[in-house]
Design a protein around this ligand. Structure first.
Ligand SMILES: [Zn+2]
Ligand SMILES: [Zn+2]
Length: 263
């Protein structure tokens, strides 16, 4: 329903990653799969999640006598250590094992290094495609004997920054994730509670806003998004200021908001 509300085209979604089997994190999945079916999807859909999710999906389809007109490819996430679960030409996705009382993974999305940009101003005419490819890889242009003709920097501009996004929900305060998320451009970290409820956070395997900020600071991330707030907080400003006291570049997650990463 939220995807529809915010005009996200379902047909653009080919991979869905589920962190864990608490209802607030996956009860929407079957509705989305049914809607994709009703919209006559034919492309494969890849779902990554805890192994038991497979049985849940199959049971719901079986007992509702639903026969999907597309292939659903399930990828069970069984490892207790980080693993590469997806890779294409522009990005990789690794799991971030979290501590939440039940099997739970965060995910880290990393853009691969981008090719150097051709500088149209300095580019001589009639350059071969092969040489352009060499330039984009950062190589110099040499003649048949290996003599330098153009240095790479003469004909190219630096590549664009590669961004990374770490999604960590739900988890108790866990410093083991720091090396996995170090230097990411954007960290989403749950902050279900404020420090006033720190004991409750420990008991329920959740984090406080302050703890999320400590993780962000220790991991040297560029920006932190807080989310997954307990409904007890009608006003979220105290959580924000608690986090900002430790890590200034913090914002509150709001449904439907886009965050633009600056170069
Ligand atoms: Zn949970
Ligand atoms: Zn949750």
């Amino acid at each position: 329903m939220q995807l529809r509300k915010f005009n996200v085209k379902l047909n653009k979604i080919d991979h869905v990653m589920i962190s864990h089997l608490h209802g607030d994190h996956f009860f929407g999945l079957m509705g989305m799969i049914s809607t994709m079916h009703l919209f006559k999807r034919i492309k494969d859909l890849h779902v990554y999640g805890p192994p038991d999710l497979s049985e849940i999906i199959v049971s719901i389809l079986r007992y509702s006598k639903s026969y999907l007109n597309f292939k659903l490819v399930f990828h069970p996430l069984e490892s207790d250590t980080p693993e590469l679960i997806f890779e294409n030409e522009i990005l990789t996705v690794h799991t971030i094992p979290l501590t939440h009382g039940i099997r739970c993974n965060g995910f880290i999305f990393r853009e691969k290094p981008k090719p150097r940009k051709i500088n149209k101003e300095t580019m001589p005419e009639g350059f071969s495609l092969q040489n352009i490819a060499r330039l984009k890889m950062g190589l110099d242009i040499v003649d048949g004997e290996g003599n330098l003709i153009y240095k790479n920097e003469e004909l190219t501009l630096p590549e664009k920054v590669s961004f990374s996004y770490a999604y960590c929900s739900d988890t108790t305060y866990n410093e083991n994730i720091i090396p996995l998320i170090r230097n990411v451009s954007l960290l989403y970290h749950e902050s279900t509670f404020g420090t006033d409820m720190e004991q409750r956070a420990i008991e329920t395997y959740h984090s406080t806003a302050k703890q999320a900020a400590i993780i962000a600071q220790k991991a040297n991330v560029s920006k932190l998004i807080l989310g997954h707030f307990s409904v007890r907080y009608k006003d979220l400003e105290p959580l924000l200021s608690e986090a900002k006291g430790i890590f200034h570049e913090t914002i509150l997650a709001r449904e439907g908001e886009s965050i633009i990463l600056e170069h």
